[in-house]
Ligand binder design. Structure first.
Ligand code: GLC
Length: 708
């Protein structure tokens, strides 16, 4: 029978900690995978502090069965009632962008520029997952994604640190809510998106200037949002793997930011210190990782095997062990696991995939669609519409990567949704054969072609060198183009693809990313005009793969691109401008912008909508610091707002900013707001031009402003 100790406060945690043996402490830092391989003996011995409910290291693209809440409860009962101290286990899973009600991939969510909709979708995910007994999720991923060759750009919020910060904080709020039924986890700390060549797990090279001004900002925002846990990244930067990087995990995360939560390693990353060539063996790896600040060892079992001996031998300071165990126990206290460690099996189905959940995720999916081109073919009109493309009938593929708990049969395909969305007078002509499609298109007014990539080409361990459409799809578009029928191309994908020729062949292009379980419905609503597309690109779309990495927040260089000057930063075989810039997106009616104004710390602009459909416009505010001690980008997003502009009406958009919006990590990598001249641009995407130039004086006041 367990030693009865009631744990209700942090003081009780101290009392519990004082009772624990070295083996029990190491057990709290051990996180094995694969629930059904865990034995009662391990649990009774206190060797299982938490479990990651996944059966493979590549959970992102492997089908998984729903977690067995009955088995989780049975194992939990052994932990609580039969282990010496009765410490409950915390069950974790990658609930990245939805549980049973799968939301668009995070990159698609980012296109909404809507923290409110992101927060609501994550609330749905947390409710569904926690009902099954999952109390810790490894999301949001806040890695800056500027290299679409890297499959995991799908999982982040794109290339910009401000947008990623805002949406990451919203995701944390949605997951943890007021009472923290579920703990969020910001990852991968830090710099994973800079893996060289876009090759997953590859090395990175990040200066402290870039760490602080680009990479770390979203993680800091997640800490300020109260995120309960963090995950260290796989990669090595500057010779130090993140898992054993005490500058990241202690100096920055703990000492500077005051983060008091748990840091978990990535899958097997403690042992991977041996592959990196930094650890001689598992024992050495455990010492390096725990000393640096990685509290929990996911799936290496090295802490369990070696931490007690490391302390007994004097190699590992006992206080280092205790602080890690304390954080794990406090996390369990925060989650209420000491009070109620079990999931209610009788109600777990009640909250799955409800009408309300679907409605919430549909609202988000609608706002993730980005209209990249429209020569007039959209919204669909005409009596005969051809529908072609395997992805028009796809279900699982719409989920995107990292959807362990989606049920493909839940998905309403694009084809099914389009059939019911089109008016009864419109005939939808369908075929799976390109030759038939070419023939039928001769008698159709428009062809809708759904192209794109499978989630199996996206996500973890799926880096690519070719950013074009998968083989054969372009040929199909070319064949239809030869007939001359207007083509509306819908693109389903997990990254920024090169769509240059797709746009040349199409009259209209609607980008959906991997839009989730309600994506087919949202796409059909946009195609038929029920929804006016309002998404904006969270990642730059290159004209050519050779441009990568290409992003809006570039620096001027000493020889800026200037066609009239021979010596300039440019390509001789391609334009250096992207196909579409960050923040770009069209709608069914162009929203008119008046002359932007600046009044104090508020930028504003009047919007008008002469179209027939209401429009949700995302007005973006960009900053340029004309002169700075350390070189800064030509443009930096410092604010945005989504504004509803009624059909035939007008609306005012206001974006607040502050003195801190002007700051950056400058000399000595300290945050600084330097006096001097700044410019603001307020517009529909990152190509907005400056409208005002103002001077900030030494006291941080705006002393003069002149229109540009
Ligand atoms: C994976 C991923 C990480 C995920 C973890 C658990 O390798 O890198 O994002 O949370 O392992 O599945």
């Amino acid at each position: 029978m367990p030693t009865t100790i009631s744990v209700r406060t942090a003081d009780d945690v101290e009392r519990l900690l004082a009772l624990m043996t070295l083996e029990e402490k190491a057990g709290q830092l051990n996180q094995p995978p694969v629930l059904d391989t865990i034995t009662d003996e391990q649990v009774v011995a206190g060797q299982v502090g938490s479990v990651i409910c996944a059966h493979t290291a590549f959970a992102g693209n492997e089908a998984h069965n729903r977690v067995r809440t009955d088995l989780m409860n049975r194992i939990q009962r052994v932990a609580v009632e039969e282990s010496r101290l009765g410490i409950p286990i915390v069950y974790a899973r990658d609930v990245i962008h939805g549980y049973r009600t799968v939301a668009p991939i995070p990159l698609g969510q980012a296109a909404s520029f809507s923290p409110d909709h992101v927060r609501e979708a994550q609330k749905v995910a947390a409710k569904e997952a926690s009902a099954d007994g999952i109390r810790w999720t490894f999301t949001p991923m806040l890695d800056i994604g500027r290299d679409p060759r890297w499959g995991r750009v799908a999982e982040g919020f794109g290339e910009d640190p401000y947008l990623t910060s805002v949406l990451g904080a919203a995701a944390v709020e949605g997951i943890q809510g007021e009472r923290m039924t579920m703990a969020a986890c910001f990852k991968h700390f830090a710099g994973y998106g800079t893996a060289e060549g876009g090759r997953d797990y590859n090395t990175g090279e990040i200066t402290e200037y870039t760490y602080r001004n680009l990479i770390l900002r979203p993680f800091h925002a997640a800490v300020r949002a109260g995120c309960a846990t963090a995950m260290a990244a796989f990669l090595e930067v500057g010779g130090v793997p993140a898992t054993s990087n005490d500058w990241l995990l202690r100096d920055v995360l703990r000492d500077e930011w005051g983060f008091a939560g748990v840091v978990v390693s990535d899958w097997g990353a403690v042992d991977e210190l041996m592959c990196h060539g930094q650890a001689a063996d598992k024992r050495h790896a455990a010492l390096l990782a725990l000393t640096a600040g990685t509290d929990i060892d996911m799936a290496s079992y090295s802490y369990l095997a070696h931490v007690p001996d490391l302390v007994r031998s004097g190699a590992l300071c006992p206080e280092v062990l205790d602080e890690a165990v304390r954080r794990v126990l406090l996390l369990k206290l925060q989650l209420g696991l000491f009070e109620n460690p079990y999931a209610d099996e009788s109600t777990r189905d009640a909250d799955q995939f409800t009408k309300a959940s679907r409605a919430t995720v549909l609202e988000l999916a609608r706002r993730c669609l980005v209209l990249l081109k429209n020569g007039g073919a959209l919204p669909l009109k005409g009596a005969n519409v051809l529908l072609f493309g395997e992805l028009a009938y796809a279900q699982r593929e719409l989920f995107g990567t990292w959807t362990m708990d989606g049920v493909p049969s839940d998905v309403v395909t694009v084809a099914t949704a389009l059939r019911s969305a089109l008016s009864s007078e419109t005939k939808l002509v369908e075929t799976h054969l390109i030759d038939d499609a070419v023939s039928f298109s001769r008698f159709c007014d428009v062809a809708v072609v759904v192209v794109g990539e499978s989630p199996n080409r996206s996500g973890e361990n799926n880096s690519v060198t070719d950013l074009g459409l998968p083989a054969g799809q372009l040929d199909q578009l070319r064949a239809l183009r030869r007939v001359g029928v207007p083509i509306v191309t819908v693109v389903v994908c997990g990254r920024a693809l090169v769509l240059t020729e797709v746009e040349e062949l199409s009259d209209a292009v609607l980008l959906a990313f991997h839009p989730g379980v309600m994506g087919g419905t949202a796409i059909a609503e946009a195609l038929t005009g029920k929804v006016n597309p309002s998404g904006r690109l969270p990642i730059t779309f290159p004209r050519h793969a050779g441009q990568v990495p290409v992003y809006y927040a570039r620096k001027n260089t000493g020889r800026p691109t200037n066609p009239s000057v021979r010596k300039q930063s440019r390509y001789i075989d391609s334009s250096d401008t992207p196909l579409h810039p960050f923040g770009f997106g069209l709608g069914y009616a162009e929203v008119g912008y008046g002359d932007p104004q600046m009044e104090g710390w508020t930028a504003s602009v009047e919007l008008t909508n002469e179209g027939l459909a209401d429009a949700e416009e995302t007005v973006q505010l960009y900053l340029r610091d004309e002169l700075s001690t350390r070189v800064r980008p030509l443009k930096e997003l410092i604010g945005f707002t989504r504004v509803l502009v009624p059909a035939g009406g007008r609306a005012d958009a206001k974006v607040e900013f502050s003195p801190d919006s002007l700051g950056y990590y400058g000399p000595d990598n300290r945050f600084v707001v330097e006096p001097g001249w700044f410019q603001l641009a307020l517009g529909r995407d990152s190509e907005a031009t400056p409208f005002v130039r103002f001077r900030l004086d030494d006291s941080g006041g705006i002393v003069e402003a002149t229109p540009v």
